[in-house]
Design a protein around this ligand. Structure first.
Ligand SMILES: NC(=O)c1ccc[n+]([C@@H]2O[C@H](COP(=O)([O-])OP(=O)(O)OC[C@H]3O[C@@H](n4cnc5c(N)ncnc54)[C@H](O)[C@@H]3O)[C@@H](O)[C@H]2O)c1
Length: 312
């Protein structure tokens, strides 16, 4: 049967690139982009777009029926740094959007649902280095709490109703096509724009703050590989750890300086430092590697080279 995909939150940092990649595979007409915001310029003319508030369950339901949707990618969320400014809103949006999608998906027998979690599920009591798939998980941000609760809702709908929901705990994602949405790892994108404009950057995280990171092409490929893997290979129905690289503001600055002589960085940590300090430095993704063959392609220097080339 022909698949028809709905991407919710398609104008966001991940949504734009994921929508374009899915259109390349399934055909432009078979991937419906939707968002509360206006259509991102990069999506214009590449396929169908509908304005949609995922919180409006009736409208969501109508669109899913009207468009004959068979798969849903739910990307709408409030991210870690923005979430700390408005915890109630973050909890409400992150949870209710997921429950709306899961509920309608069960009713309409949607074939597959994708919903991303985050390394923000880990907290200060989790192992800092190579945080395992299963470990102590006590998140301290509202974003992390909402992601952890969401993981269990995904697992619940799979166990109880057989809904094929799949999920990845993304690390900080680095991209140049669309702007980041208010996360704690956004510094690793801002730094490229500042390097281009001013050849210097003031980091809101301390120089030695190591966090798990990934270049967007790896994240998009990983997401599609997970979604295309045979269902029996998907052993984790909460959310998969996915790793690629781990670096600090100092290390990315050094890598950028290889391309931009004279580039300098200084450090003025703000409230986001506490969020970063609660997360692991790196994560163990052996479950994803073993279950469905995950393998990252980009390390720090390769990612920096491509970012500089595309931002210039
Ligand atoms: N970007 C990262 O580094 C990262 C890391 C870990 C996890 N994630 C997760 O990936 C997903 C996508 O993240 P992103 O970085 O693309 O975020 P983003 O903020 O760039 O994009 C989210 C999109 O959702 C839309 N949206 C918000 N409320 C909506 C609503 N009520 N109805 C419809 N659309 C709505 C926004 O307009 C926005 O375009 C989120 O679940 C996020 O938690 C992202």
């Amino acid at each position: 049967m022909k698949e028809k995909i709905l991407v919710i939150g398609a104008s966001g940092q991940i949504g734009v690139e994921l929508t374009l990649a899915l259109r390349g595979i399934y055909g432009n007409a078979n991937v419906v982009a939707s968002d509360l915001r206006e259509e991102n310029d990069l999506l214009k003319g590449t396929g169908p777009y509908v304005a949609l508030d995922v919180m409006n369950k009736e409208m969501l339901h109508v669109q899913i029926i009207r468009q004959n949707i068979t798969q849903i990618y739910l990307l709408a969320a409030i991210l870690s740094a923005t979430g700390e400014k408005n915890p109630n809103l973050a909890w409400h949006l992150n949870m209710q959007s997921l429950l709306n999608v899961l509920d309608i998906s069960r009713e309409e027998k949607i074939h597959k649902v994708y919903w991303p979690s985050s390394i923000a599920v880990f907290g200060p009591t989790s192992p800092k280095v190579n945080a395992p798939q299963q470990t102590i998980i006590e998140p301290t941000t509202v974003y992390g709490i909402s992601k952890y609760a969401g993981e269990f809702w995904c697992n619940y709908y799979f166990q109880r109703f057989g809904l094929d929901v799949r999920s990845i705990r993304y690390p900080g994602l680095i991209s140049y096509k669309s702007a980041p949405g208010g996360g704690t790892t956004d510094y690793a994108i801002e730094i490229f724009h500042e390097a281009k404009q001013n050849n210097k950057y003031t980091s809101f995280l301390r120089e030695n703050t190591y966090l798990p990171m990934m270049y967007m092409p790896d994240a998009i490929r990983g997401t599609i590989e997970l979604m295309e893997a045979p269902a029996e290979q998907i052993k984790v129905r909460t959310s998969y750890n996915l790793g690629a690289m781990s670096f600090s503001p100092k290390e990315i600055a050094e890598s950028i300086a290889k391309h931009k002589p004279g580039f300098t960085i200084d450090y003025v940590p703000d409230y986001r430092q506490a969020i970063a300090d609660s997360w692991p430095q790196s994560i163990d993704d052996s479950s994803a590697r073993n279950d469905w063959g995950w393998k990252p392609e980009y390390d720090l220097d390769r990612m920096v080279g491509e970012m500089i080339e595309n931002i210039e």
